[in-house]
Design a protein. Structure first.
Length: 629
């Protein structure tokens, strides 16, 4: 087992080695096999025979199949998950490298049918099937394209959907309005995946959906134009929305799903598959390919800014000088990625200027609060001595302050986008796609940033409102739910460290209750581990084993609230230092999420970032102070 100092040095050396020549860290943003499957389907549909890529993706998909024929979203997900299993089955057939009589596909088909067939997949998989000729569109559009014409003054409008939702829904509205479908001579026949009770109208049955559509229809009738004219105008508006938000690499908002859908939407509008908008979009998706264990993976997006901002400030927190080449290169990279363009965020935040940071390497118009505070932490130590950092700091700080929601918390991308009508839309876990509410993890980390890196006092109204929001949203057991991570450990760590940085004493009843909760779920080996099922069931569910990242979050929270090392902290430190270079399924287990029950993320940087932060905080608070005494 390493000691604390050895552990810190080991991680620092690892991170130094992995830095790219441009100063960033490009650790993979790994999200299962869905994007890999969709890429195969896209390339085959467009007749792009990139066999090296397709073969590599096929090998990766097959490598993830379980013995029962299914694919999972995470390690402890029962027998498997229907949606990625169907997507994998479809892609493997369409690739041409597997036939239906292959034993692995026979097993996959058995799993699909035994779990209800196509009917029980999520709505976005059904749309994929409809777009590619495997399923019928419903008799009416799941998202009426006229929605995009409703002005912000209407109780329901396009811009009360989150920017992530809009980027996907804009092309979906075009595709649904056109009922677009494209089969090729090589398209597989998936009709045998329909269960006996399958109905192509199954996604129309929801009374909530009917109520939602009726409400929109009433609002649309208030517009003065003839319905046919409105329809044409709405399609044109949706097309313009997409084209105006294409990033320099040709992708729509640097997201795989929205770019995939945009390509098909443009085809539906009559664009040739050789049109530059489409060829650039395909190349943009290809540019997001990464390699994991020797096989290609299509990243949903790149995470270079997020990785680099976290790593830069973690290294500095661990004692690496802000004048060292590794930090100078990292922070130069971050300065080049700060935003100067207005994005959709200005619709709900019209009084602020650009100054945030986005998530991906190519992001220029979609900043978020988390990346901005992380980037500001990274440049904080040079603000007084570097005029460039000083300017970047002021612009970023003002943008973060301006993004505080009316309820006191902070969202990810857009201010005050959490209307109750979103719950009427019958999409599985639709609140994750359509809303962008305040969250404990975002608000906690923003408070931690203000408390530890700015001159805002604990009595400032911004801090007070944020702290009140966090305290109000504590769970009965003392934990907090984290929207963008797994899950209650993540939210509780962010909330505790944020509240303490904001001036709350560790003796505050909410802090004491949360610390008691963390101690109560510590594993016998001294670590912590949480299942992705927590995110689905909205209650803490233990993973059954410890992970390095979950342990680092729990430990960092305990350290922040402790005057001296407790027994729980010492046991946790022993686990962490013993398992720093551990490599097994717990290392690869998702620690982030985008949509509960559907989209989970393995951040390859987390196994270094958060242990380094925790070890450095432990050393500074307990070891260094003891030496001085």
């Amino acid at each position: 087992m390493m000691n604390t100092d050895e552990g810190i040095k080991w991680i620092i050396n690892k991170l130094r080695t992995d830095q790219t020549p441009k100063g960033s860290w490009s650790y993979p943003f790994e999200t299962g096999i869905t994007t890999d499957a969709y890429m195969i389907i896209l390339l085959r549909t467009l007749g792009i025979n990139d066999e090296e890529l397709i073969q590599g993706l096929v090998k990766r998909i097959i490598s993830k199949q379980q013995q029962n024929g299914a694919w999972k979203l995470f390690y402890d997900e029962d027998d498997g998950n229907l949606t990625p299993t169907l997507e994998a089955y479809y892609a493997l057939l369409y690739s041409g490298y597997y036939k239906k009589n292959d034993s692995r596909l026979v097993a996959a088909k058995k799993f699909i049918l035994s779990n209800g067939g196509v009917e029980n997949t999520n709505i976005f998989t059904k749309m994929l099937l409809a777009i590619t000729g495997q399923y019928e569109w419903p008799s009416f559009s799941p998202f009426p394209v006229e929605l995009i014409l409703l002005p912000p003054s209407f109780p329901i409008n396009f811009y009360q959907i989150s920017v992530f939702g809009r980027s996907n829904i804009a092309p979906i509205m075009i595709l649904a309005a056109k009922k677009y479908s494209k089969k090729t001579k090589n398209s597989p026949d998936l009709s045998d995946l329909l269960s006996q009770r399958e109905s192509h109208t199954s996604w129309e049955r929801s009374p909530e959906w009917i109520s939602f559509l009726s409400f929109i229809e009433k609002e649309i009738k208030k517009l003065s134009e003839i319905p046919e004219q409105l329809h044409v105008k709405a399609i044109e508006r949706a097309k313009t929305y997409m084209l105006e938000r294409i990033e320099p690499d040709g992708t729509l908002y640097s997201y795989f799903s929205s770019t995939f859908l945009m390509i098909f939407a443009l085809l539906a509008l009559g664009y040739s598959k050789h049109d530059p908008h489409i060829t650039r979009a395909v190349e943009g998706l290809k540019s997001m390919k990464t390699d994991i264990d020797g096989l290609p993976h299509m990243q949903y997006t790149t995470a270079d800014v997020w990785n680099t901002s976290l790593i830069s400030y973690a290294l500095q927190n661990a004692g690496v000088s802000s004048d060292s080449p590794v930090i100078k290169q990292a922070n130069h990279y971050l300065r080049t990625r700060q935003h100067y363009k207005f994005g959709d965020w200005v619709i709900h935040n019209p009084d602020s200027l650009p100054g945030g940071w986005g998530f991906s390497d190519i992001d220029t118009i979609n900043p978020d609060v988390d990346d901005t505070t992380a980037s500001l932490r990274a440049i904080a130590r040079n603000v007084s001595s570097d005029s460039h950092d000083h300017e970047a700091w002021n612009r970023g700080l003002h943008w973060v302050i301006s993004m505080q929601n009316h309820d006191g918390g902070w969202p990810a991308f857009e201010k005050n986008v959490n209307d109750k009508w979103i719950k009427l839309v019958p999409i599985e876990k639709g609140e994750f796609l359509l809303g962008d509410p305040s969250s404990a993890d975002l608000t906690g980390r923003t408070l931690e940033f203000f408390g530890n890196y700015t001159n805002l006092s604990s009595s400032h109204s911004i801090i007070q409102k944020g702290s009140k929001w966090v305290l109000k949203h504590q769970e009965n057991d003392g934990s907090w739910y984290g929207r963008w991570g797994i899950c209650y450990l993540y939210g509780t760590w962010a909330s505790i460290t944020g509240l303490i940085a904001a001036g709350l004493p560790a003796s505050h009843s909410s802090i004491e209750q949360s610390i008691t909760w963390i101690k109560s779920i510590q594993n016998h080996d001294g670590g912590w581990g949480e299942s992705c099922r927590s995110d689905i069931q909205k209650t803490y569910i233990p993973l059954g084993t410890s992970t390095v990242t979950h342990t680092a979050w729990a430990l960092d929270a305990l350290i922040a609230a402790a005057d001296k090392p407790t027994e729980e902290i010492q046991k946790g430190m022993t686990y962490l230092l013993t398992n720093l270079n551990k490599k097994d399924w717990t290392t690869d287990y998702p620690k982030g999420q985008g949509m509960a029950g559907g989209f989970y993320i393995h951040y390859h940087s987390y196994q270094y970032v958060f242990p380094l932060l925790t070890l450095a905080n432990y050393q500074r608070k307990f070891i260094n102070i003891a030496k001085k005494q």
